[in-house]
Every structure is written in structure tokens, then in C-alpha cells.
Write a protein that binds this ligand. Structure first.
Ligand code: GBH
Length: 524
């Protein structure tokens, strides 16, 4: 089960062991202090009992088979076919990793890695070709049944995302997430999924990364359907998405939980913001505002006692809207009914985390459109921080992860947390030392916050099983444990060194210390 770790007990055991004898304790701490001075850090390596490990994928990124067996067109099919120049290398998800045909291979790889669970998403357009429930596609249902049964045979628990960005085009034609009718459509779709698959799925995620859906796809053109209604469409989307999430949660809670007895949550992405100069009070304050706009936009309504959008968001957007001459703010607080209806609708806090960016001061970010979410924040951001990856936005800043997790503990009343994505991109090398060192450093920060701060992190999901269709980056940025050769028609998959690293980590529940996982270029 994903559920069940008792970290408090682990921590207590640990501190009793460490603090049992004063004299020894003093000696230990002095030694640790000296070691820390010499080595810069003394690292925890062992994960607490009950901590679980998995890997994640998403339907449109791996399945292929885009127009067969009754599947209809989704917004990513439409974007990549009608505007191929929007995808960096002109690729699309037509074939991807062929998981629609090769799911058994996927399961073999999962078994090889030894994961406790597999996070994947359901393709709405494959299950409901019209987007509505007037037609249920038997081949779509069969495909996910086959996958679920194959996982069950190997004792790999499914963690299933209902929506990972691939909206049926039929629903986009009606306005997509800007249309309040989506609340009904999403509830109906959820209902079909809970009913058909819920006997085997005990852990659900409603939405993957609401920020990316609303800001990147409606408030910008970074994701399909690339509406770019900056400062307007993004907020229409968040109203409808949060309500859809809540309705799906309540449906599960009332209709399915009593018999299926599972858990349901939302996965929120954070680019974590930190002040460029931690001693600069203005930057510190602005970083908090930016984190409220980014993470708080979707977390505050669900995970705080008061509920609703963060006050600073409502205030900033109201001020900007008035200055624009509008008679109503572009974002308004939910009414009391919806504040209550949305509050508390997630059994865990699902966090996707990759990176940290910096705040350098107040004002208009050079990249901000007008009006826009970024302009509403009123801060200037920069990505000039940490080590690099193949993705411009992905900077390697492990300490930012720890700061985010501590902030979540204090901002959201110490919620149980699952890391539902974390990963690193390169260009596809098999000896992927950069990926290994990224995982090592980020996982080590998880151990720090579990043991030093008591943050309840219960499980970890690496992004991703195999190189796949990386949205607008096509196949140019690779995140997988398995390399996929897309120029060979057979699309062969090959385990990278990071697969061996993750396999060993899971087998021992401990960060591998093996020299073979260290880059010879930096190995001493
Ligand atoms: C995750 O999003 C997704 O859930 C997953 O599907 C994806 O494969 C994975 O990341 C790796 O990218 O500056 O225009 O290039 C992570 C959050 C935030 C990543 C925005 C890409 C870049 C926008 N994403 N982002 S841009």
C-alpha cells in the first residue's frame, strides 16, 4: 500500500538512539560537527520503513496509437498535427513509446526496477471519444484493464491520474477548461473510471499540475491548446478546474470509497521561488507572494483551514484589474459554498517538483505579458541558479526542494505528502551520471526533511520510466530510466545507468554508495 508509513515513530526511535547517553551524544555531535566541516555535510542514506518508490508516465507521452481502436483526437494531437512548428523537433505523440501495444514490456521494466507502484494516466479521448459519456469505447476500457491486470500479477500498485493534459478536442471546441460545463464532464468521466477500474485502483490523482494546465495552456501558448488568453483564460480555468477536482473527490468519497476504499489526491507542481539575496527583505516577501501565486493558487483552496484562493492573489489581481479599467477583477474569490466544497478535498498532498527559480526584485518581469499571471505577481524572476540540465527551465537546486517541503509542512498544517514527480533531463546518454547525481541530491533532501524537520513524505515517484514525448520539447529532452531510440522503427528501449541506480536504491531502501554510480570525471 501507498498508505501506512509511521515516520513519527521512526524519528523517535532515531532520536532516542542518538540522545540516549549524554557523554556519547556530545562526542557524536562533536565528531559529526567536525566531519560536517570537513565534508560539508553528513548525509542520511536510509529511507524510513513503509516509504514507497515508484515511477511515473502519462498517456499521451507514451501510448501512441493516437487514432486507432476508437480513440478520438485530443488537444495535443491537434496542436502537434496542425502546428508542427510548435514542437521543437517536429515530433508528435502518434507513435511515442507504443505503450498501447507494448504495455507488457512497460510492466517488465517496472518489475526489473522493482518499483512498489506505477503512476500512469488514463486517456480521456481513448475511453470517451466524444468526451461525454454517451459513448464508452470498449477498446479503451479493455486496454486499461489489461494493463491493470498485468500490474496486479506483478504486485505493482497502480497510482492513476485521471487528467494529464490530453483533453478530448471535442471538449476543447466548447472552450475546454474555460467552460464551467467542464465540471459536469469531468465528474462524468471520473465516474466511468471509478466504476470500471476502481476495484483495482486504490490511489487516484485527479489532475496533474493544474498550474501548467491553466497558466501554460490557457494563459499562455506553452502547452496545448495554446489559447494564450493571458491574465484571463488562466483564471477562468482555475475556477473550473478546482471545482471539477472537488466534484470528482466528493463523487469518489460518497459513491465509491465505501466499497473501493481507496485514496484520492491532486498533484501540484511547484517551481519553487527563493530570494536571490536571502538578506534582502523585499525579495524574501516577494518570493512568498510568488509561491502563493504558483503553488498556493491550487494548494490554498484545498489544503488550508480557511480555504479559497490566497488573499495576496485576490488582492493583487483586483488592484491590477482596477488599473486596467475593468469593473470586475479577472480573478475573484470563490463564494462561501465553493470555498467549503473545495476545502479538504485531497487525502494527500501530491507534489511534482523539479526546480527552483529566483526572485530578484519588485516590478515587471521582462517576460511578462500584459495583463498576465506574472504581471499580477509583480516580481522579477530569473533562472540563473544551480546546475543545468537539457531543459532551460530545469535548474539543479536540491536545497530548494527541502525548503519547499518545509514550507508545505508549515503552510498546510503538516499534510501527508507524496512526491508524484521528480526528475532530470539530458540528451539521452546511457551513462547518465547527471541524472543519478540529481536523484541522489534530491532524495537526500527528502531524507533531511523527514528526519530533521518531521515532514511527512510517504513516497517518491521518479519521472520517468522511459524517454517519451516531452510535449513541446518533443524528444529533444530525455527524462527516462530507459533510453528509447526513436529513429529505429522498432523503437528499442535500453536501460540507462540510472535504472541500475534506482533498482539498487529500491532493493536496499537506501541511497546507493557504489562507486560505479559516480561520474568518473568527478570521481576522486
Ligand atoms: C512535468 O511538468 C509533467 O508533468 C510531465 O508530463 C513532464 O514530462 C515533466 O514535467 C518533464 O518536463 O519554459 O516554456 O519550456 C513539469 C513542469 C513546467 C515543465 C513548465 C516544463 C517549461 C515551460 N513543467 N515547463 S517552458
Amino acid at each position: 500500500m501507498l498508505v501506512g508509513a509511521d515516520h513519527e515513530a521512526v524519528r523517535r526511535r532515531r532520536s532516542t538512539a542518538l540522545h540516549g547517553n549524554m557523554a556519547i551524544t556530545t562526542w557524536i555531535w562533536t565528531t559529526i560537527g567536525l566531519l560536517a566541516l570537513c565534508h560539508s555535510s553528513v548525509a542520511y542514506t536510509k529511507f524510513p520503513e513503509g516509504f514507497t518508490f515508484g515511477v511515473a508516465t502519462a498517456a499521451h507521452q507514451i501510448e501512441g496509437a493516437w487514432n486507432v481502436s476508437g480513440k478520438s483526437e485530443n488537444v495535443w494531437d491537434r496542436l502537434s498535427h496542425s502546428r508542427p512548428e510548435m514542437i521543437i523537433d517536429g515530433t508528435n505523440g502518434d507513435v511515442a513509446c507504443e505503450s498501447y501495444y507494448r504495455y507488457q514490456e512497460d510492466v517488465e521494466e517496472l518489475e526489473y526496477l522493482g518499483v512498489d507502484f506505477y503512476r500512469f494516466s488514463l486517456s480521456w479521448a481513448r475511453i470517451l471519444p466524444t468526451g461525454r459519456i454517451d459513448q464508452i469505447n470498449p477498446d479503451g476500457i479493455r486496454y486499461y484493464n489489461d494493463l491493470l491486470n498485468a500490474l496486479a500479477e506483478k504486485n505493482i500498485e497502480p497510482l492513476v491520474t485521471l487528467f494529464h493534459w490530453d483533453l478530448p478536442q471535442t471538449l476543447q471546441d466548447l472552450g475546454g477548461w474555460a467552460n464551467p460545463k467542464m465540471i459536469d464532464y469531468f465528474r462524468d468521466y471520473s465516474d466511468v473510471c471509478f466504476r470500471e477500474f476502481g476495484d483495482r485502483i486504490k490511489s487516484w490523482i485527479t489532475f496533474n499540475e493544474p498550474y501548467e494546465i491553466c497558466e501554460d495552456a490557457y494563459g499562455d501558448d506553452k502547452k496545448a491548446p495554446a489559447i494564450d488568453s493571458h491574465g484571463v483564460g488562466n483564471y477562468l480555468c482555475s475556477d473550473n478546474l478546482l471545482k471539477s477536482h472537488a466534484e470528482s473527490y466528493h463523487l469518489y468519497n460518497e459513491k465509491y470509497r465505501p466499497t473501493q476504499n481507496g485514496r484520492i489526491m491532486i498533484s501540484i507542481n511547484s517551481i519553487w521561488y527563493e530570494p536571490s539575496d536571502p538578506s534582502n527583505e523585499e525579495q524574501v516577501a516577494l518570493a512568498e507572494v510568488a509561491n502563493q501565486f504558483k503553488f498556493g493558487w491550487f494548494a490554498h483552496p484545498i489544503f488550508t483551514a480557511e480555504g479559497g484562493y490566497p488573499a495576496v492573489m485576490v488582492e493583487n489581481v483586483a488592484r491590477q484589474s482596477a488599473a486596467e479599467g475593468l469593473n470586475k477583477p479577472r480573478l475573484e474569490q470563490f463564494d462561501e459554498y465553493w470555498i467549503q466544497r473545495i476545502k479538504g478535498t485531497s487525502d494527500f498532498l501530491g507534489i511534482n517538483h523539479y526546480t527552483t527559480h529566483l526572485i530578484t526584485g519588485a516590478g515587471l518581469d521582462p517576460l511578462a505579458k500584459s495583463p498576465s499571471w506574472l504581471k499580477d505577481i509583480g516580481a522579477v524572476t530569473t533562472m540563473e541558479v544551480g546546475g543545468d540540465s537539457a531543459s532551460e527551465w530545469l535548474r539543479v537546486v536540491p536545497t530548494g526542494f527541502a525548503n519547499l517541503l518545509r514550507w508545505c509542512k508549515s503552510s498546510y498544517n503538516d499534510p501527508p505528502i507524496y512526491i508524484t514527480e521528480n526528475g532530470f533531463s539530458d540528451r539521452g546518454t546511457l551513462l547518465d551520471y547527471g541524472r543519478i547525481s540529481y536523484f541522489d541530491a534530491y532524495l537526500s533532501e527528502i531524507l533531511n526533511v523527514i528526519y530533521d524537520d518531521g515532514v511527512k513524505v510517504l513516497g517518491y515517484t521518479a519521472w520517468t520510466l522511459m524517454d517519451n514525448f516531452e510535449w513541446r520539447a518533443g524528444f529533444s529532452e530525455r527524462f527516462g530510466f530507459y533510453h528509447v531510440n526513436i529513429t529505429d522503427p522498432a523503437r528499442p528501449r535500453t536501460a540507462k545507468l540510472s535504472a541500475e541506480y534506482y533498482k539498487q536504491l529500491i532493493a536496499n531502501r537506501e541511497l546507493p554508495q557504489d562507486a560505479r554510480f559516480k561520474d568518473p570525471a568527478v570521481r576522486k
